[in-house]
Design a protein around this ligand. Structure first.
Ligand code: ATP
Length: 234
């Protein structure tokens, strides 16, 4: 579904991604783990069209999308749930969800997906008219995920969904990510919480200062001494 080859990204003189290659197959949860500043967010932003790469190949659904406008990429079925949620704080829950569907014209499909979002996130249904900025951190994460689902994505990119959430809530969010995947959405998950990410992913990549240094089945990486030492607290 997604193939990335030798991707290089710069911020001015800073070489942030130094030849990233990765593959996401349909139906998988793939995770990209790494410490602060490794380049995880930069990778997601480049895939979703927010940053233009200097060189490299990004193929999504058999099309070359490197450098394509973000809106076009969303229309092709890739949707990002940004780090720190980035919901529209001064708009209601319902308006935020409607915005997720802004590229769609199939009214019946939109209605159907709104119902699905409310079934998956009952707490959002109870709060449709509440201003999004007044939701709790966990509810904002749910809203950001719900908004992404409203574009009916084939591939969902998640940027650190565990950030700033209490452990119980992290478990709840990860259980929902697994359910979304089981219902047919392919997922690329960026996380600093390697333990949680490896527990739900099929495949994993470890990013260090702009380079993939390890990759393999998530189960194997979770058992590797290198990963245990550096990312799983020994
Ligand atoms: P975090 O988990 O802290 O968000 P990350 O793995 O997502 O880290 P990135 O945000 O992708 O890392 O940053 C990768 C590198 O690029 C870092 O060294 C960062 O300082 C640098 N960087 C990111 N954004 C910019 C920018 N707009 N201008 C200059 N340098 C940047």
């Amino acid at each position: 579904m997604l193939t990335v080859k030798d991707l290089h990204v710069y911020y001015g003189a800073i070489h942030a991604l130094k030849g990233i290659s990765l593959e996401v197959r349909q139906g998988e949860i793939v995770t990209l783990i790494g410490a602060n500043g490794a380049g995880k967010t930069t990778t997601l932003h480049t895939l979703s069209g927010l940053i233009k790469p200097k060189s490299g190949v990004i193929r999504f659904q058999d099309q070359d999308i490197a450098g394509m406008a973000a809106q076009k990429i969303v229309a092709m079925g890739m949707s990002q749930v940004p780090e720190g949620r980035r919901i529209f704080a001064n708009m209601s829950v319902l308006e935020n969800l409607e915005l997720g569907a802004f590229l769609r014209k199939d009214k019946d499909g939109i209605k159907e997906d709104m119902e699905k979002v409310f079934t998956r996130f009952p707490r959002l249904k109870e709060r449709t008219s509440q201003l999004a900025g007044t939701l709790s951190g966990g509810e904002q994460q749910m809203l950001a995920m719900g908004r992404a689902l409203m574009s009916r994505p084939k591939l969902m990119l998640l940027d650190e969904p565990s950030m700033g959430l209490a452990p119980l809530l992290v478990q709840e969010i990860f259980a929902i990510i697994k359910e979304i995947n089981e219902a047919g959405t392919t997922i690329l998950l960026v996380e600093q919480n390697a333990h949680m990410a490896l527990s739900i992913a099929h495949k994993a990549y470890v990013l260090e200062t702009g380079k993939i240094v390890l990759s393999g089945p998530a189960k194997e990486l979770a058992e590797s001494e290198e990963v245990k030492k550096a990312y799983l607290g020994g």
